[in-house]
Write a protein that binds this ligand. Structure first.
Ligand code: NAP
Length: 506
């Protein structure tokens, strides 16, 4: 009965990766039918479409890396491989009727807010007018290319890990790889035994935790088929372990950190016997400061006779290979750039202009911040998924998207019921929220003396410094007082106790 009174907004979802698919499913469940999904590529899947490097896998347990409402009995490995994950998203998207709604090969180029509507211009020249825009554009999708002298002159093949060149067969070749992050360690583990020689150019060593993979048997899969409850139970078990070990260890729990530290240090000591190599692989910063590597194979593979670990800094790239500062020229056929991503671009280069002509570049000129990670003052009815200070780490990003999707839907529901005329967090609420986050950073490991992609230009981690449960509570109910009063008659349905310090009553 009440549903009839609800306004039915038009929503544009940008990106058909894990978050965009989820958002489309949940919008439809809420009875919202006017949904446009724009996808820049010819395929859905986001990260898992773009990253096809050898060894690509998710180091979050597969049964935890699923939508909570749609477990997957078909996972082949504890740590699902990239193609399995891609297949899962394709299947879920088709099952829920999302795929047929996606406008492929059409990106959102321009988007500006005017008279209570978002006016959009797509790469195909199509114009749209919608009530809400959801940027489900992901975080790590802008490859970071190193600024090394001579890069253009290299005569061999060279590519970034997110732009893998499958036309080149690495068998027997002299391969170099720059970087030793999560991506590189997966690639090294996969190719070390196939190439002729592999030179790993390491600028900073990484802590590595030995978490063994496991193949799931046909029996195991058969037991899970049709049993969502059992899959949920397995997922919850993994989530419980992750929350009470890694998540705690990085956010200030001394005991949890001591345990993880002991495990990673022991792993290095036991796995690498050569003291010289071990010294090269030993970081000088706290465990977890950079994203912890989960691998049971990296140390084994790096010790192959055909692999050398080069820790002398890179001077330049020559026609034939990489020249290190000691003057050595490492001749290579292929050079792989495992140099990570620019995480602070988010939905840009999309040209986004909010209220009163405020551009996103201007809004983020001094600092890339958001209110509760998803709302941007000056950009009404716009939601950024997986925005700054989402608790990205060694936890399931799907779980994060689900929490944020639920939050966004509650906000949209307030709009549909007329409690909010437009949805725009106040500048004051954003500042307060970010001060609260900053206050919690001191006890985290991310400020533990390392450089990582978690840190912004000021050295502040764009992470969530408190517990997972605390974050979930924070996003459970929107605090309407934190939004501009564009509708005088608005009122919250219930009193909500804020966790972060709320605006003091006048
Ligand atoms: P990353 O962690 O940012 O690592 C980049 C590597 O490149 C670092 O070792 C860095 O060295 C090195 N590097 C960058 N520029 C360099 C230069 N000019 N000269 C020499 N070395 C340079 O990137 P990533 O490995 O692609 O991983 C990024 C994130 O993607 C991960 O942290 C994770 O969140 C996600 N990821 C997840 C999975 C998964 O299984 N779930 C798998 C892969 C990636 P420094 O350390 O010295 O800066």
């Amino acid at each position: 009965m009440e549903n009839k009174k609800l306004k039915n907004p038009s929503v544009a979802v940008i990106g058909a990766g894990m978050t965009g698919i989820l958002m489309a499913i949940k919008l439809r469940e809420a009875g919202i039918t006017d949904i446009t999904i724009l996808e820049k590529a010819d395929k859905l899947g986001g990260t898992w479409r773009e990253n096809t490097y050898p060894g690509v896998a998710c180091d979050v347990p597969a049964h935890m890396y699923t939508y909570s409402f749609r477990g997957n009995p078909e996972w082949e490995h504890r740590f699902a491989h990239g193609d399995e994950i891609q297949a899962y998203f394709e299947q879920v998207s088709a099952e829920y009727g999302v795929t047929e709604q996606i406008r492929f090969n059409e990106s959102l180029d321009q988007s500006h807010y005017e008279d209570g509507k978002w006016k959009l211009l797509t790469s195909k020249g199509n114009r749209l007018e919608v009530d809400f825009v959801v940027a489900a554009t992901g975080i790590l999708h802008h490859p970071a290319y190193p600024d090394i002298k001579g890069m253009d002159g290299f005569r061999g093949d060279m590519w970034h890990t997110a732009r893998w060149n499958h036309d080149v067969d690495l068998t027997g070749k002299r391969v170099g790889i720059i970087g030793t992050g999560s991506t590189s360690t997966q690639i090294i583990s996969d190719i070390a035994g196939k190439v002729g020689h592999l030179t790993v150019f390491q600028r900073t060593p990484q802590w590595v935790l030995n978490v063994p993979d496991r193949d799931y048997t046909e029996d195991h899969k058969a037991r899970l088929r049709g049993n969502q409850k059992l899959m949920k139970k397995i997922s919850n078990r993994y989530a419980f372990v992750m929350r009470n070990t890694f998540s705690k260890a990085v956010t200030g729990d001394k005991f949890a950190h001591a345990v993880i530290s002991w495990m990673t240090k022991r792993n290095l000591r036991k796995s690498v016997r050569d003291p010289e190599l071990r010294a090269k692989l030993t970081p000088d910063y706290k465990v977890g400061c950079k994203r912890l590597i989960f691998s049971s194979t990296f140390y084994r593979e790096i010790q192959r006779d055909t692999v050398s670990l080069e820790t002398t800094a890179i001077e330049r790239i020559s026609e034939r290979g990489v020249v290190t500062k000691d003057g050595t020229e490492h001749e290579l056929d292929v050079l792989i750039l495992a140099t990570g991503f620019n995480p602070f671009n988010f939905m840009r280069p999309m040209n986004l202009t909010g209220r009163d002509g405020l551009s996103i570049d201007k809004a983020w000129e001094k600092k890339v911040q958001a209110y509760r990670s998803v709302c941007l003052p000056g950009f009404p009815n716009f939601f950024l998924m997986l925005g700054p200070n989402t608790p990205i780490g060694n936890y399931s990003v799907i779980a994060m998207s689900e929490v944020q999707t639920n939050y966004v839907l509650k906000l949209i529901d307030h709009w549909r019921r007329g409690r909010l005329g437009s949805i725009e967090a106040t500048e004051e609420a954003k500042v307060r929220y970010n001060d609260y986050i900053k206050a919690g950073m001191g006890k985290t490991v991310w400020v533990g003396g390392c450089q990582s992609w978690y840190l912004d230009a000021d050295g502040d981690p764009a992470m969530w410094p408190y517990s997972w449960d605390h974050w979930v509570k924070e996003l459970e109910e929107p605090l309407l007082d934190d939004f501009l009063e564009s509708t005088p008659a608005r009122k919250a349905p219930a009193e909500v106790e804020p966790l972060s310090p709320a605006k003091k009553a006048a």
